[in-house]
Design a binder for this molecule. Structure first.
Ligand code: SAH
Length: 257
C-alpha cells in the first residue's frame, strides 16, 4: 500500500531528467551508466539467438532505450506500465508528438555500437512501427496483465522495475514468477536492475527499493524458474552518485525460462 501511494506522486519528466540526461546519459565514454546498459543489450541481441514474434517489456516507465536493440529481432514489442502517466509519455513518443522526450542521442549511440551503419532514423521508425501495444500491468498479481498473454511472449525484458516495486526479496521473487507467466517455456528473459539501492526520487515521489546483491538476483531467478545464462554488474562511479537515489551499481541478467 505504501508503494502504491508513493507511485501516485511519480513524475515521469523528473524521472527522465534524473536518469536519462547527463551526467548519467553521457555518450562520450563507455564508463557512464547509460552506455553500459545499452552495450549489455546490444551485445546480447547481437548473438541472434533471442528473437521471435513478441517481446514484452515489463514496467517500461516513460523510457524506450531498453527496446532499441530488441526491436530488430521481434515483430511486435509490447510495452507495459502500472501508471497511466508513464503509458501516456510513451504514447507521445510512439506517435512522434511534440513534447515527447528526445531519445535521438540514445538511438544514435545504439546504431553506432551495433556497427551496421544503419541510419538512426530507420531504427526509430522500426521501433515506432513495432511498438503497437502499451498496456497497464501490475507485477504483484499472478496474472500481471489481468489475463494471459496469448500467445505468450517469446522474450521478456524488464529494467529497473521489479526491485523498485517490491517491499522485500520475497516479493521480488514472487513478482519475477508472475512476469514469468507471460513468457513461453524456453523464452529468454533479460533483466536490468539496481544493486544496493534503498530509494530513488521522481519529483515529489520518494520510492522505496529492495536493496539487492548479485547473489539475490541469482537466487531469485532460480526460485522463479529461470536458468541463468549470464550475469554482469557495473559499479556506479562517484561522479554519477547525484543524490537522485542511493544506487551502488547495476546488474544485467540473461536467463531462460
Ligand atoms: N523501465 C524504466 C522505468 C523503471 S521505473 C527504466 O528502465 O528506467 C519503475 C517503473 O515501475 C515505473 O515506471 C512504475 O510506474 C512501474 N511500476 C510501479 N508499480 C508497478 C507495479 N505494481 N507493476 C508494474 N510496474 C510498476
Amino acid at each position: 500500500a505504501a508503494l502504491r501511494e508513493g507511485y501516485e506522486h511519480f513524475d515521469p519528466r523528473a524521472y527522465l531528467r534524473n536518469n536519462y540526461l547527463p551526467p548519467r546519459a553521457d555518450f562520450s565514454s563507455e564508463e557512464f551508466v547509460v552506455p553500459w546498459k545499452l552495450r549489455c543489450l546490444a551485445e546480447t541481441f547481437a548473438s541472434g539467438e533471442i528473437r521471435g514474434r513478441t517481446l514484452i517489456d515489463v514496467g517500461s516507465g516513460p523510457t524506450i532505450y531498453q527496446l532499441l536493440s530488441a526491436c530488430d529481432h521481434f515483430e511486435e514489442i509490447v510495452a507495459t506500465d502500472y501508471l497511466a502517466v508513464n503509458r501516456e509519455e510513451l504514447g507521445r513518443w510512439a506517435r512522434g508528438e511534440p513534447g515527447a522526450f528526445d531519445w535521438s542521442p540514445f538511438i544514435q549511440h545504439v546504431c553506432k555500437i551495433e556497427g551496421r551503419g544503419e541510419p538512426w532514423q530507420d531504427k526509430e521508425r522500426r521501433l515506432r512501427q513495432r511498438l503497437r501495444r502499451i498496456l497497464p500491468i501490475d507485477v504483484h498479481r499472478p496474472e500481471p496483465l489481468g489475463a494471459p498473454l496469448r500467445p505468450p511472449a517469446d522474450a521478456l525484458l524488464s529494467a529497473f522495475c521489479l526491485e523498485a516495486v517490491s517491499p522485500d526479496r520475497a516479493a521480488f521473487v514472487r513478482a519475477l514468477a508472475h512476469v514469468g507467466n507471460l513468457l513461453r517455456p524456453g523464452g529468454h528473459a533479460l533483466l536490468l536492475g539496481a544493486l544496493g539501492e534503498s530509494f530513488y526520487l521522481a519529483g515529489p515521489a520518494r520510492l522505496p527499493v529492495v536493496p539487492l546483491e548479485e547473489s539475490d538476483v541469482r537466487e531469485a531467478l532460480a526460485a522463479a524458474g529461470f536458468a541463468l545464462r549470464e550475469l554482469r554488474s557495473y559499479a556506479m562511479p562517484p561522479a554519477l552518485r547525484t543524490g537522485v537515489d542511493d544506487v551502488d551499481g547495476v546488474f544485467f541478467a540473461h536467463a531462460q525460462k
